[in-house]
Design a protein. Structure first.
Length: 277
C-alpha cells in the first residue's frame, strides 16, 4: 500500500478545500496519485451536491456593485442554507468574488455567469465543489446586469437586499439621487418604475379585485368600474416608484423629488434582489 504523507494530504486540502480525512481517503483510493485524488473528491462532491439539490437555500448574500465610471452595474444573489454559513468569512469572500467576477465580465444573464471559466472550472462547477466542502447547498440563484448613462448600487441589511438603479445621467447629483432611490426601493419594494411599466395582467387583476371588493361592500353595479379604477390608482401610488411618497420627505412623491434634483433626470429601470423572495 502506498504511504500517504501528511504533506500530500495538506497539499490536496489546499487544492480542493476538502476535509483532512476525505483527502486522506481519496489519496489512499488513488494510490497516492494527486490528480486521481482530485477527481475522486470532485465525484464525491458532485454526489453530495446532488443529494442536497432539493434543499432550500434561502440564506446567503445579495450583492449590488456598480462600475468605476458608474455606467453599468450587477446584482447577484449567492445562496446557502443557513445564516451560520452566510456569515462565514469563506462564504462571504466567495460571494464577493462572484460579484467582482460578474462586474468585470458584464455577463448578460445567469446562465452565462454560471458557465464562465472561474478559477480553472466553470462557476457552476465551483458551486458544486463548495457544496461538498461546506456541507450545505451553495448556488447562484439570481443575477442581473444594468447599463445606462448612470447606475447606482445599494446594499441593505447585511446584504439581505441588493438594489441597482439605472439613471439618465451620471452626474454627482444624479448618482446621489440614485442611491437615495435605491434605499427607497429596498424599503418600499415597488413593482415597477411607474404605471406604464406595470403589466396589463397585473392591472386587470387589480381591477377585478377592486370590483369584487366594491360588490361585496354593496356598491351599485353602475359604480363598480369607477370604484375599481380608483383602487387601481391607489395601487399605483403604493406600488410604483414614481408615485410613491419619497421616504426622506413624505410631502413629495419620488417623481417630484427627481424633478427637484434635475428636471430631465429619469429612472430608466431598477433591479431589487431580496434573500428568500
Amino acid at each position: 500500500m502506498t504511504t500517504i504523507t501528511a504533506s500530500a494530504v495538506n497539499k490536496l486540502r489546499q487544492m480542493t478545500g476538502a476535509g483532512m480525512m476525505d483527502c486522506k481517503k481519496a489519496l489512499q483510493e488513488s494510490n497516492g496519485d494527486m490528480d486521481g485524488a482530485v477527481d475522486i473528491l470532485r465525484k464525491k462532491g458532485a454526489a453530495k451536491a446532488a443529494k442536497r439539490a432539493d434543499r432550500e437555500a434561502a440564506e446567503g448574500l445579495s450583492i449590488a456593485k456598480s462600475s468605476h465610471d458608474n455606467t453599468y452595474g450587477i446584482v447577484v444573489e449567492v445562496n446557502c442554507e443557513t445564516d451560520f454559513v452566510a456569515k462565514n468569512d469563506d462564504f462571504v469572500a466567495f460571494a464577493n468574488q462572484v460579484a467582482d467576477f460578474a462586474l468585470t465580465n458584464q455577463f448578460t444573464d445567469k446562465d452565462a455567469l454560471l458557465g464562465a471559466a472561474f478559477e480553472g472550472k466553470t462557476l457552476g462547477e465551483i458551486c458544486v465543489d463548495k457544496t461538498a466542502v461546506i456541507g450545505e447547498k451553495v448556488e447562484v440563484s439570481n443575477y442581473a446586469l444594468l447599463s445606462s448613462e448612470g447606475v447606482a448600487a445599494y446594499n441593505h441589511g447585511a446584504n439581505r437586499i441588493g438594489v441597482l438603479v439605472a439613471l439618465s445621467s451620471n452626474s454627482d447629483e444624479a448618482l446621489q439621487a440614485g442611491r437615495d432611490l435605491a434605499m427607497q426601493i429596498a424599503a418600499m419594494n415597488p413593482i415597477a418604475v411607474d404605471e406604464n411599466a406595470v403589466s396589463q395582467e397585473v392591472k386587470d387583476k387589480e381591477l377585478e379585485i377592486g370590483r369584487d371588493i366594491a360588490k361585496q361592500e354593496g356598491k351599485p353595479e353602475e359604480m363598480l368600474d369607477r370604484i375599481a379604477q380608483g383602487k387601481l390608482k391607489r395601487f399605483f401610488k403604493d406600488n410604483t416608484l414614481m408615485n410613491q411618497s419619497y421616504v426622506k420627505d413624505s410631502s413629495m412623491t419620488v417623481s417630484a423629488f427627481l424633478k427637484s434634483v434635475s428636471p430631465d433626470l429619469e429612472v430608466k429601470s431598477f433591479e431589487r434582489f431580496q434573500l428568500g423572495a
